[in-house]
Design a protein around this ligand. Sequence first.
Ligand SMILES: Cc1cc2nc3c(=O)[nH]c(=O)nc-3n(C[C@H](O)[C@H](O)[C@H](O)COP(=O)(O)OP(=O)(O)OC[C@H]3O[C@@H](n4cnc5c(N)ncnc54)[C@H](O)[C@@H]3O)c2cc1C
Length: 513
Amino acid sequence: MTRKVVIVGGGTAGWLTAGVIAARHNSPAENEQGICITLLESPDVANLGVGEGTWPTMRDTLRQIGISEVDFLRTCEVSFKQGSQFIGWQKGEQESYYHPFSAPGGYGSINLAAHWLDRKSEKTFAEAVCPQSAVCDMGLAPKKPQTPEYAYSLNYGYHLNAGKFVELLKRHCVEKLGVDFQLGHVDSVVSTEDGDIEALSLTDGKNIAGDLFVDCTGFNALLIDKHYKVPFVSHKDCLFNDTALVMQAAYADDNSPIASCTKSTAQSSGWIWDIALPTRRGIGHVFSSSHISDEEAEKELMNYVEADPHLAKQQPRPRKISFQPGHRQTFWHKNCVAVGVSAGFVEPLEASALVLIEKSAEYISNNLPQGKPEMVVVAKRFNEIIHRYWVEIIDFLKLHYVLSERKDSQYWLDHSKPESLPQSLNDSLALWNTHVPWVSDTSNRAELFSAASVQYVLYGMGFVTKINNNRYRNWSRDSRIADRLMGDNLGMVEALMASQPKNRDLLNLVSEN
Ligand SMILES: Cc1cc2nc3c(=O)[nH]c(=O)nc-3n(C[C@H](O)[C@H](O)[C@H](O)COP(=O)(O)OP(=O)(O)OC[C@H]3O[C@@H](n4cnc5c(N)ncnc54)[C@H](O)[C@@H]3O)c2cc1C
């Protein structure tokens, strides 16, 4: 029986995992079976303190954990994120496209992308099939003041203050979900004869025993790497970015607009993210240290900040974070499972780290093993699923680069080299030349990126799929439905323009009431 789960690390990964497991297993009824969750955090190792853009999945995760959305919005400097806008990725000018969180109209029953391609529309794909890019252009919120918690007019995730989010999760887990929190620095591991972890020894002399150990120690990867030496699989040959310069930029004034999406602006050797919170903007330049020096990267970052009239003239110097893009060969080894940055990390282009934590925590919680034989199978399946997610993440991120026409630096030239593409992405691109991505393309039910997401990036970047109408059954009938859906979309844009409050106005209302 898994009676005691020990989570090492009090960053976002540790507390989200604790919350998801405790919300399901630590209820009084189940407590009689003795499931107890301890979270250990080192007083000497700071959290990463970044990770401020989430997917819509976070709404479900927070609801599941039992956190009220209003409390979350008020305490974590939260704003609403409705997707990402990619600026300068295609040509290196100021051209842009959206990857919104809402799917195209009729998604699942009709493939609007095929009909949009057939019409050679003046409108971008996202504009033609979904109202969300227009809503983002206007800085509008995805819900109204009277919309219930976690419900929406348009699908959304969040931008948040990572430090405050950890504080809220910790408070909730300890006070409401009964998680046992201990401050202590893990110094060594006590093993059983068959190589499982029996206990963790702390520098203060204490021993913490457990049945399942979750390694959430960030880049330290204390258990999965330092103890078990599970190999690391580098993806630097495909995704070159390995450094980030991160800053918390002050607004010029308290009423500056709050963007409704993450803005990702391509640079000579990387890209700049821009995440707007009610109180400040989280801005960072993520780049390849093999292609640009820290000084030049900082100059590009400061040029970006200085050109924005909504940002204050004086800003702090950025903080540098270095990382190896890649992940562990396996994630669950013996009675230890790695979640968060200890399991792997690549550039945050599609904010895929927190969602992977949510998925990992959910799997662990749903499959807490009853004994050793079960643990072996659960671990094997977990490794298969998480490995598949990583293949998807790497393919999807690389897709943003490989479709670029930019040739203005070695970085963009290197990204277009065939040897930098994974075979799986090569296969997909060959298919998409004549086949529009669709929901039935994979039998993989546990996928991260939907066909809709692929379509938004593919056609946003100007990729052309050659349409053969004869391959589609009922083309003429569907064409009429497509006309109606694209017309409805125009109507929805108008209605939303009239009904949705500005992001900042809605957030002000929430904080005042
Ligand atoms: C530049 C950058 C931007 C990012 N942006 C996004 C984004 O927009 N969206 C997104 O989804 N993700 C993003 N991420 C990823 C996100 O920040 C992480 O996934 C998230 O913060 C989780 O980190 P963590 O909890 O795994 O590690 P950490 O926050 O580093 O926590 C590690 C914990 O382990 C503890 N610890 C370490 N060693 C010991 C020890 N010996 N004993 C006891 N405790 C120990 C530490 O005290 C700490 O509490 C970004 C990452 C980077 C680098």
